[in-house]
Design a protein around this ligand. Structure first.
Ligand SMILES: [Ca+2]
Length: 387
C-alpha cells in the first residue's frame, strides 16, 4: 500500500515534467529541417519534377525542393548551403509551428536567393508580426545572402511563415530559401559610464558557423523589435552583421560592416543631458574581405557630423576615432553610414565597406544647468548658516 502511495506521488511530478518539456520554447539555432536536407518520404529522387511534401514543414501553393546544380531554362539554380533548398512559387508559402516565450524578442536568420522574377521579395512573418524583405539588391556575387528579421512573441504557440508575395507570369520564378535558424535575443544593459546600448554589437541574430557572407540586417525602424538590440537600420539598404570567424572584427566576436554608402545607416537614440559635453568613440576598420579602399564613415552625434577615414597603421585592421559634441536635448541620435560605395577588389560587384565596433558615448563634464543648481544650493546653505 505504502509502495503504491509512493508511486502515485511521483505521477503528477512526472506529468508536470512531460508538460514542461512539451511547452519548452524553441532553442537557439537551426530550425528542424531548416536546411531542407531531410529526405521526403519518397526520397530526393523526385526533386526537380515538381512540388513534393517537405518534412517538418507545412506548405501552401507551388513549393518545390530544388537541388544544387539543377537547371531551369538556361539558369542554374542557386542553393545557398548544402545540396537542397526550397523554392516558393507565386503566392506560395511554407510554415513551421514553433513554441516561444511570450513577450520575448526573437530574430530569424535565413538565406535567400533570387531566381528569375523582376521584383522579387519575400514575406517573413510570425503573425501578427510580418515583414517584406526586398531581394532586388544583390549584395554578394554568389547570388544569395543571409538576412535577419526580429519580432516580439505575442503568444507561446506561433507559426513562422515564409511567403512569396509575387505574381509573376512564370510561376516557377520565385525566391529560393535555405538555412533557417532562430535566436532569442536580450537587450544588454548599458555599461557603466557609457550611454550606448549594445555598442560592441555582441548581441545580434544567429550566425551559422559556415556562414561566410555575414548576415544582412535590412531596414527596420522598430527599436523594440530589432535583430541588433538597441539599434535601428533606418535606410533602404541593409548593413551587414559580421563575425570574427570569417571577417576582421575590431572587438569581441561581432561587428557591423556598413554597405551602400548613405543608403546603409544604423542609428541609436541615446539619453543625454542638455548642454552637457559628450565624447563619442568607436573603432573603425576593414573587414578583411578585399574591400577596395578608401574606406570612411560619416559619424553623427546630434547636430555634429564628422567624416572619418580609415588609415591602416602598421598591421592593425582598425583604428579608434573620437568625436566630441554638446547635447542639445534629452535624447541624441548617434548614427553611422559609409561615405563611399565600396565593392570587393576580387569580383568588383559584391558590396562591402568600413567596419564599426565598440561604440561608446560618455559625459565629459557636468551640465551647466546642474552646476548652476549646485551653486544655488551652496549659496542657499551659506545664507542659512549666516542667518
Ligand atoms: Ca564587437
Amino acid at each position: 500500500m505504502a509502495r503504491c502511495w509512493s508511486c502515485s506521488r511521483w505521477v503528477p511530478l512526472f506529468l508536470l515534467l512531460v508538460a514542461r518539456l512539451a511547452l519548452a520554447a524553441v532553442e537557439d539555432g537551426p530550425l528542424v529541417n531548416g536546411d531542407f536536407e531531410k529526405a521526403p518520404t519518397n526520397g530526393f529522387s523526385g526533386v526537380g519534377d515538381g512540388p513534393t511534401s517537405i518534412p517538418d514543414w507545412n506548405s501552401n501553393g507551388v513549393v518545390e525542393l530544388v537541388e544544387s546544380g539543377q537547371k531551369q531554362g538556361g539558369m542554374i539554380l542557386i542553393v545557398p548551403q548544402g545540396v537542397h533548398a526550397v523554392r516558393l512559387g507565386n503566392d506560395a508559402e511554407i510554415s513551421q509551428d514553433i513554441k516561444l516565450e511570450k513577450g520575448s524578442l526573437y530574430s530569424v536568420t535565413f538565406s535567400a536567393a533570387r531566381t528569375c522574377a523582376q521584383l522579387e521579395s519575400l514575406n517573413v512573418s510570425v503573425p501578427p508580426a510580418s515583414h517584406n524583405i526586398d531581394l532586388q539588391t544583390l549584395y554578394s556575387v554568389q547570388g544569395w545572402d543571409s538576412y535577419a528579421w526580429a519580432f516580439l512573441a505575442e503568444s507561446e504557440d506561433a507559426t513562422l511563415v515564409f511567403r512569396n508575395p509575387g505574381m509573376e507570369d512564370d510561376p516557377a520564378c520565385g525566391p529560393i530559401i535555405d538555412d533557417i535558424a532562430i535566436k532569442k535575443l536580450f537587450t544588454p544593459d548599458k555599461p557603466t559610464g557609457n550611454v550606448i546600448v549594445n555598442g560592441d554589437f555582441e548581441e545580434g541574430p544567429w550566425m551559422f558557423k559556415n556562414g561566410s557572407l555575414g548576415v544582412l540586417l535590412p531596414r527596420n525602424l522598430d527599436e523594440e523589435a530589432s535583430s541588433l538590440p538597441g539599434w535601428i537600420v533606418e535606410s533602404n539598404r541593409a548593413v551587414r552583421y559580421i563575425d570574427v570567424n570569417h571577417f576582421s572584427v575590431p572587438q569581441g566576436k561581432r561587428a557591423i560592416e556598413l554597405l551602400s554608402g548613405k543608403e546603409g545607416i544604423i542609428s541609436q537614440m541615446v539619453e543625454t543631458t542638455p548642454q552637457k559635453e559628450y565624447s563619442l568613440s568607436f573603432s573603425l576598420g576593414q573587414a578583411g574581405d578585399s574591400c577596395q579602399q578608401p574606406l570612411a564613415v560619416m559619424a553623427f552625434a546630434g547636430d555634429q557630423a564628422q567624416n572619418v577615414h580609415y588609415l591602416p597603421i602598421a598591421n592593425e585592421s582598425f583604428a579608434t576615432a573620437n568625436l566630441t559634441f554638446a547635447a542639445k536635448a534629452e535624447w541624441t541620435r548617434v548614427a553611422f553610414y559609409s561615405v563611399y560605395y565600396n565593392t570587393r577588389s576580387d569580383d568588383h560587384s559584391s558590396l562591402c565597406g568600413p567596419v564599426i565596433d565598440d561604440i561608446r558615448v560618455w559625459g565629459l563634464s557636468g551640465a551647466r544647468r546642474n552646476i548652476c543648481q549646485g551653486l544655488g544650493l551652496v549659496l542657499m546653505l551659506l545664507v542659512m548658516v549666516l542667518i
